[in-house]
Design a protein around this ligand. Structure first.
Ligand SMILES: [Fe+2]
Length: 473
């Protein structure tokens, strides 16, 4: 039996962090309002949906088994399908009907000896396949930063297996959950961390033809958790926050703690940012005062400078928040703001806060842009435990517009849907509606988030709070 998290706990947190096991197969959803004609295609969304295994609840939001949700818009109607990603680890646990694996933030089951044995048998943690779902060169990929992608059938959402790109990705290679697609060239760029005695970063280029190449291996100054990257027409940008494993992570090596439990905030290391020249392979490093950047929004070249806009937390307290929301006991409050970091040609870094409005899950309309005018995301509201209110920030002025805050509504990432040249996009967000005890997809007007949604599409269940998604036409 799972512990009872309902007593004395905010109902939004309880609903949003309860496992969803049911899978629906192409059901038509009710549409309240009208779907705009430009919204034709499929929104794929992903997040952890099984938040424990066989009676043992996970500690951390990032641990659960991933589930893909597909909302297909056609002629103003919406079809919905959801499926677990059937990872090797999940299938093993389903066959054994018990928890077997360690996950991002939860150590393996059992006593110290059992955890030690697990470590020597399995080495790493279970691939959660729960962080992002991306379509590229005909492949739909469910991504998790500590392992290889899982390939998904875009129509049925059936799991087709682990993707190694024709043998280029080895069994222990990792492929981050935040690749960036250059819409001008059709290339996808990504990175993967190699931990171990000598932490390194593999840099990947996946051509428009779907062929993957390892472009470089770069030594890292320390074994940081790196979640995201940014891409300009000339460079890939990666930021290393000082949130790191110890030089020798003894407890992790002995299986006594999970990767996430072994990470520590070491502000004395500063924030180190790497730029990688896509053409020449030249690597440059920049250093500035410490920040925790989980999500980068985008970057652009500005003469010889590179400008990076990132969601920045003052420290790593937010990682504790992700443990607390799983336990239904939110105590640690931490917020992030958009920080503009100018990586100057002379090696110096200058910084400014783009807006006084908090933001998480930043999205711009296209993947590579010279200078996006607007970011979409979710902001911390007056009464919200986490970033949960749709927001747009003007990158020129810092002015922000927020959707009206409704107690008990928790909106996830805002995915822009292009409306046409010169027009603001539509914005799709999956919202936990606590009052109605279900999730609903909302279609918002990117030009006016304060307006009532153009359409509200209720789901027959609550989708556990998830992470990222892609709009695919
Ligand atoms: Fe992310």
């Amino acid at each position: 039996m799972l512990p009872d998290y309902s007593r004395g706990v905010d109902e939004t947190l309880r609903l949003g962090f309860t496992s969803l096991e049911s899978e629906l197969d192409g059901v038509e959803l009710e549409v309240r309002g009208a779907v705009p004609p430009e919204v034709r295609g499929t929104l794929y969304r992903i997040g952890p949906a099984r938040l424990g295994a066989y009676g043992e609840r996970y500690r951390h939001w990032f641990c659960g088994d991933g589930m893909v949700h597909a909302f297909t818009f056609e002629g103003g109607r919406v079809r919905y399908r959801n499926r677990f990603v059937q990872t090797r680890g999940k299938l093993e646990e389903d066959a054994a009907r018990r928890r077997i694996h360690a996950t991002f933030g939860t150590q393996a089951s059992g006593n110290a000896l059992a955890r030690l044995k697990y470590r020597f048998k399995h080495h790493g943690a279970k691939n959660g396949a729960n962080t992002h779902v991306v379509r590229h060169a005909g492949r739909l990929l469910a991504l998790w930063e500590g392992g290889r992608p899982y390939r998904i059938d875009p129509e049925t959402l059936e799991t087709l297996g682990e993707e190694d790109f024709g043998g280029v990705l080895g069994a222990k290679d990792t492929f981050s959950a935040h690749p960036r697609i250059d819409s001008a060239t059709g290339e996808l760029w990504n990175f993967g961390i190699e931990h171990g005695g000598r932490p390194r970063l593999n840099i990947y280029r996946l051509g428009a033809d779907g062929v993957l190449e390892k472009r470089a291996k770069v030594d890292l100054p320390y074994a940081a958790m790196i979640h995201d990257c940014a891409l300009t027409p000339a460079r890939l940008v990666v930021a290393l926050s000082p949130y790191t494993l110890p030089t020798i992570p003894v407890l992790l090596m002995l299986g006594q703690v999970s990767y996430g439990q072994q990470l520590r905030w070491r502000p004395q290391l500063g924030l180190n940012i790497m730029t990688f020249d896509r053409r020449t392979g030249e690597v440059r490093w920049f250093r500035t005062d410490p920040l925790l950047t989980i999500h980068l929004s985008h970057a652009f070249d500005d003469g010889a400078d590179v400008v990076l806009d990132a969601c920045a937390y003052p420290d790593a307290d937010i990682m504790q928040t992700f443990v607390e929301i799983m336990a239904g006991e939110l105590r640690t409050q931490s917020r992030s703001w958009m920080e503009r970091l100018r990586l100057r040609a002379d090696g110096r870094v200058t910084r400014e806060r783009l807006s006084p409005t908090t933001l998480e899950f930043p999205r711009v309309e296209v993947d590579v842009v010279a200078r996006p005018n607007k970011l979409f995301g979710v902001s911390w509201g007056e009464r919200s435990p986490f970033a949960s209110v749709p927001a747009a920030i003007d990158t020129q002025t810092g002015a922000a517009q927020l959707a009206p805050e409704v107690a008990g509504d928790w909106a996830g990432e805002c995915v822009p849907v292009p409306r046409g040249p010169g027009a603001e996009p539509w914005v799709l967000t999956l919202v936990l509606n606590t009052a109605e005890r279900r999730s609903e997809l909302r279609v918002l007007d990117g030009a006016d988030l304060k307006a009532p949604p153009a359409a509200v599409i209720p789901l027959p269940h609550v989708v556990p709070m998830g992470f990222h998604g892609s709009w695919v036409v």
